[in-house]
Design a binder for this molecule. Structure first.
Ligand SMILES: [Zn+2]
Ligand SMILES: [Zn+2]
Length: 158
């Protein structure tokens, strides 16, 4: 088990070094914490989780900002004006994976990443192949989608 944790940390160290940052204990702890999280975490949550290791809130904030600038971490805003941070996932080929939707449980408040889900916007056609004369379906007016948030109840809340 410790061997698995060891190689996981080695991979995290590699990513930090490749970005050009020095691999400090705080950066490693932040990256590892976000890497193991099931969803994006707020600055307060990361600070609370790493407080036992002796890092204060300011240190965590500075590291989250630096990791975001280096594109190792991304910031998401899910409509409540709170930044949440998550590690940028990489696929097997080492390139950045696509943005993924998030799921908010309205009962317990847990937010999770839906890494393996893709949400597509599909206009209803209803057999009108020509579309409406006034510029077509509304979905076609969307230029790009930056964030998709699904709400509901998680498995444990039933
Ligand atoms: Zn829940
Ligand atoms: Zn996510």
């Amino acid at each position: 088990m410790s061997r698995t944790a060891g190689s996981r940390l080695e991979a995290v160290k590699d990513r930090i070094r490749t970005s050009g940052l020095r691999c400090t204990a705080a950066r490693l702890a932040v990256m590892d914490h976000l890497g193991m999280a099931t969803g994006p975490r707020t600055h307060a949550e990361v600070s609370a989780a790493l407080a036992d290791l002796g890092f204060d809130r300011a240190t965590i904030y500075r590291n989250l900002t630096e990791l975001t600038e280096k594109n190792l971490v991304s910031r998401v805003e899910l409509g409540d004006h709170v930044w949440r941070f998550e590690i940028k996932r990489t696929d097997g080929r080492g390139s950045e994976s696509e943005d993924h939707p998030h799921f908010l449980c309205t009962t317990c408040g847990e937010i999770s990443c839906l890494d393996d889900v893709r949400v597509a916007i599909t206009p209803k056609t209803r057999g009108r192949a020509t579309g409406s004369p006034k510029g077509g379906p509304r979905a076609s007016r969307i230029h790009s989608v930056t964030e998709v948030l699904l709400k509901g109840r998680c498995e444990s809340c039933g």
